[in-house]
Design a binder for this molecule. Structure first.
Ligand code: PMP
Length: 468
């Protein structure tokens, strides 16, 4: 169904004239120098534009359309709810059926010691909530100086003021006066890039933990409140943790009474083949950030799942000081909650976890067989339905390409010409994939074959240009 009878060029013109796009070169966009595709429809793992050009969406939107496009069950749940009750706020103890059922489903799906869910609309606002609650928690416990938050270089936690500060990528700090002063960054757990020659994964993990401990001691443990991390580093390059990493990190956090925030925005709801990345790596978080896969992006909704240890203190706080002064108008938005509830039901009914456990290893085996050992491939990595290929000028010596060569961007462009959307990640030359979890082996073959072809043609072009 179209909303107008405008042609593609007219829509592009309007887009360039009026839309302020995130993560976009504004001037080039205004001048029409960026690939200004106007998307129009989608089904399963495919998406197409107004010109009818169809692509296999190897990034599931922005790792969010987990159940794939065209889920009528979710669309119908939204329509039913919109007719019945599109919105009722959840301030001051008021509730709705979708929110009550969803919160229970989420707490039960995570398990462990989780107690409550605070709903928001984006991963960024959920992390904003987490940080405010960490501060509230320490104020109630009478230690107002315990406020600093440690994140990792190359971690991604959003692009607000605090959350953009937590994000450990310069692209999100430069010219915005970030990071804010209460945030510190520690070692990226990327063995291929960061390990010393001959250092085992386990030894490297222990070094990451030692470096975290050294940072805590330098800052003063009494000033460090929480550590935030994605179970699998996402936007910083899709990097599964080295062996023993989370166990080693837990050792340090426990020693200094530091809370753990597991940012499961990407890993949650089956992406790794477990319900949550925390389960896969034995993490025991105090807060869990969820978004994307919570509703498979059919409507925006996020959540902060709060564990036992923090919940009991929050309750005590309100006993002493009255109601908690935090909330968004659309916390627990009725329609979004109905969409998320339908999504979680579908995730269970379709045995998505089993499916990911089945096709994930197939994908990684094929990706390795086709790409590992290629002269410009440094590392092929992934877990579940998350995969990355890192390009290097000299893979053995771990020497990257000069950023100006834009090798990752060029390969993503070649891939697009071959019918597949992959993402040139914002750090180094890394091509990332996170398609819908419903992807089949056949569709995985299409991604792997197109990737191998695109890497090879870009390699040849770079050689022809004497760039390598
Ligand atoms: N945390 C993680 C791990 C993410 O990947 C993202 C988004 N890519 C966010 C937080 C922020 O989510 P949003 O863009 O919805 O604010």
């Amino acid at each position: 169904m179209r909303l107008s009878n405008l042609g593609t060029e007219q829509l592009r013109e309007k887009d360039r004239s009026f839309v302020f796009h995130p993560s976009t070169h504004l001037a080039k966009h205004s001048r029409g120098e960026t690939p200004n595709r106007i998307m129009a429809g989608a089904e399963g793992v495919y998406i197409w534009d107004t010109e009818g050009r169809k692509s296999l969406d190897g990034f599931g939107g922005l790792y969010c359309v987990n159940m794939g496009y065209g889920c009528t069950e979710i669309a119908e749940a939204i329509a039913r709810q919109a007719h019945e009750l599109p919105f009722a706020h959840v301030y001051a103890s008021q509730g709705t059926e979708p929110v009550a059922l969803l919160a229970e489903a989420v707490v039960e799906y995570f398990g462990q010691n989780m107690r409550r869910v605070f709903f928001g609309l984006s991963g960024s606002d959920a992390n904003e909530t987490n940080i405010k609650l960490v501060w509230y928690y320490n104020n109630i416990l009478g230690r107002p100086e315990k406020k600093k938050i440690i994140s990792r270089h190359r971690g991604y936690h959003g692009s607000g003021l605090v959350t953009g500060s937590l994000t450990g990528l310069a692209f999100f700090h430069n010219f915005f006066d970030l990071p804010l002063d209460l945030v510190r960054h520690t070692t990226t757990p990327h063995h291929y890039r960061q390990a010393h020659d001959g250092e085992s994964e386990q030894a490297f993990s222990e070094r990451c933990a030692d470096e975290l401990e050294a940072l805590i001691l330098a800052e003063g443990p009494e000033t460090v409140a929480a550590f935030i991390g994605e179970p699998v580093l996402g936007t910083g390059g899709i990097v599964p943790p080295p062996k023993g990493y989370w166990t080693a990190i837990h050792g340090v956090l426990d020693k200094y009474d530091i809370l753990l925030i597991a940012d499961e925005v990407v890993c949650g709801f089956g992406r790794t083949g477990e319900k949550f990345g925390s389960h896969l790596y034995g993490m025991r978080p105090d807060f869990v950030t969820i978004a994307k896969g919570l509703s498979s992006a059919y409507l925006p909704i996020s959540g902060s799942i709060i564990g036992d240890r923090v919940w009991s203190v929050l309750e005590q706080g309100t006993e002493k000081h009255g109601a908690l002064g935090h909330g968004w108008t659309y916390s627990g938005h009725t329609l979004c909650a109905a969409a998320a509830l339908a999504n979680i039901r579908l995730l269970k009914e379709r045995n998505i976890l089993e499916h990911v456990r089945d096709v994930g290893p197939y994908w990684h085996a094929r990706m390795n067989a086709e790409l590992a050992g290629h002269p410009i491939v440094g590392e092929v990595r992934g877990v579940g339905i998350l995969s990355a290929v890192e390009l290097m000028r000299d893979p053995k010596q771990r020497i990257p390409f000069e950023p100006d060569l834009q090798v990752g961007v060029r390969i993503a462009a070649a891939l697009f010409e071959n019918g597949v959307i992959g993402r040139a990640m914002p750090h180094g030359d890394i091509l990332g994939f996170a398609p819908p979890l419903i992807i089949t082996r056949k569709e995985i073959d299409i991604i792997v074959d197109a990737t191998a072809k695109s890497v090879e043609t870009t390699y040849r072009a770079l050689k022809a240009e004497s760039a390598i």
